[in-house]
Design a protein around this ligand. Structure first.
Ligand SMILES: *[C@@H]1O[C@H](CO)[C@@H](O)[C@H](O)[C@H]1NC(C)=O
Length: 269
């Protein structure tokens, strides 16, 4: 079996520091790795999460899931001391009047998070004060049933758009791709793939990249989006390899999410 190593999207961040000032537009028109630029309000739940730990700064995506919670990857909250969260805008930097920055009060890391195996890679961040919704700022809720294999899904994020360009994308980008079965994903990564993960593949080399970590994976019924995953890992062969990218499924954590956010979360059945 051809076993590829999977790496936490955070592994890069030990050496990568967030520099939004230097957002590169060299690859304008290209990807999240092969993607499209989202229009204003297309994914009104998309959250840009700037994370600080005692000795590093890095960037994650997240999804607004209630008026005072963002859901993201566990590795995005692990050891965090400070978050700055931007909502309501597709642009990391611009004078978009819809963009708001929220102060946070606490975070919850899944108690069984295992950073080495990248298991139970899910976390929640709470705002200091609830926010009001508008058309550019609206929550997404976890899907109330298990994702099928070969499901059409959207991946989105501000992550780097090629392996050679380490900067983030100033614009939110997305891709419409499909999930693969965990059995298929195991033919590439082996037993590292557990039931709480889901892998996605795009055409050719499309997929998730650094800076997309924590970003939502969503399904759509044509009317609403439902959250089905948060970006967790990519192949050590690079984002532009044809290896699948990995997400933490949200369905196995539904009760944990609901217990912790303690809100009347709407579920899409
Ligand atoms: C959720 O809360 C209920 C009631 O307190 C508890 O029995 C259950 O174990 C909790 N589940 C999780 C996953 O935290």
């Amino acid at each position: 079996m051809n076993l590829h190593q999977l790496i936490c999207l955070c592994a890069y961040f030990l050496t990568y520091s967030y520099k939004v000032k230097a957002v590169s537009r060299k690859d304008y028109g290209a990807r999240i790795i092969g993607g499209h630029i989202a229009f204003a309000g297309q994914f009104p739940f998309a959250a840009a999460v700037h994370v600080q730990t005692a000795d590093s700064k890095f960037f994650c995506g997240g999804a607004l899931t209630g008026n005072d919670w963002v859901i993201t990857a566990g590795h995005c909250v692990y050891n965090a001391v400070l978050f700055t969260i931007q909502l309501g805008s597709n642009h990391l930097e611009s004078d978009d009047p819809n963009r708001m920055t929220v102060a946070t009060s606490t975070y919850i890391l899944h108690p069984d998070f295992n950073p080495e195996a990248i298991e139970n890679d899910i976390g929640l961040i709470k705002f200091r004060r609830p926010i009001d919704y508008n058309i550019y700022l609206n929550p997404v809720f976890p899907m109330g049933f298990s994702l099928v294999d070969d499901a059409p899904v959207y991946v989105l994020g501000w992550g780097q758009i090629s392996d050679s360009d380490p900067e983030l994308s100033n614009e939110l980008r997305y891709l419409f791709i499909r999930t693969i079965s965990n059995a298929e994903c195991r033919t590439i990564y082996g037993d590292q793939i557990t039931d709480t993960m889901v892998c996605v593949v795009g055409n050719y080399n499309e997929g998730t990249c650094v800076g997309d970590n924590g970003s939502p994976l969503v399904a759509s019924n044509g009317k609403y989006y439902a959250l089905v995953g948060v970006a967790s890992f990519v192949s050590a062969n690079g984002c532009e390899s044809t290896d699948p990218s990995g997400y933490t499924r949200t369905f196995p954590y539904l009760e944990w999410i609901q217990n912790n956010t303690r809100e009347e979360q709407k579920l899409y059945e």
